[in-house]
Design a protein around this ligand. Sequence first.
Ligand code: AMP
Ligand code: MN
Ligand code: MN
Ligand code: MN
Length: 286
Amino acid sequence: MTIPLNADLHCHSVVSDGTLTPEELAARAHAGGVALWALTDHDEIGGQHRAAAAANALGMDYLTGVEISVTFADTTVHIVGLGFDADDAQLAQGLADTRGGRGGRAQEIAHQLAGAGIPGAYEGALRYAGNPELISRTHFARFLVETGACHDTAEVFRRYLTEGKPGFVPHRWATLGNAVRWITEAGGMAVIAHPARYKFSANEEYALFTEFKQHGGLGVEVVTGSHTPAEYPVYAAMAREFGLAASRGSDFHSPDESHVDLGALPPLPSGLTPVWEQLAGRIQRA
Ligand code: AMP
Ligand code: MN
Ligand code: MN
Ligand code: MN
């Protein structure tokens, strides 16, 4: 029996909404037994060269990564890109445009929170943002824990920042077609991130997978820290039905907040094509 490759192809650093540097994440992935790693910051690839260098220095293989925010059917969907050229100009511009609205959105979030009795949230969140261009709801969540408004970030997302709650500001991100195209034309593979998270009807989910394929998307996350174990076989079946390769990644953000550590997930269910088999030529070998 062959031992499955310990690939962890989804996590976040201080370049977006994680709390560790790319180098600290590389060391943690290595300690967790990861053999093939990708850093997938939200809408930003500024950490890629550091991550690849740190991974290779530790003997880990590396795939470039990103997690692009997309609006599909009035819902925020995340598309992971893997194995692209990190110096591609069109991808860089697309990501810069996608990041562009975050500052104004953050001001509006803070305005709503002030109305709910929590002043100073913009400045508070900004202190947690390692990259001010990438100010995100996660940074607001950390500030709300700091002020004592909530016990942990999970409670923040139950009481604030989500639809119908104070601090929810609807936002239009990249289109599905553009996100897939930026990744694909930069030589990479587009992958639907954590599909179980989207609260879609069956019809909407079918439309997402169908349109994603039509745009040239090739993969879907099956085993992710953002799925329950019961969801793995559901999305394994979707991968088979749509002829998509399967990915695996912890979605690790922080030692204090993430319940799944780098490299700690179970292997992909059998009978799936792992994304790394199709990306073999794109792997930066140690
Ligand atoms: P943003 O891109 O600013 O909308 O922030 C989205 C980020 O917030 C995600 O990438 C997660 O890190 C975090 N997040 C969203 N929903 C939750 C939740 N229910 N619990 C914990 N973190 C969440
Ligand atoms: Mn995040
Ligand atoms: Mn995500
Ligand atoms: Mn993520």
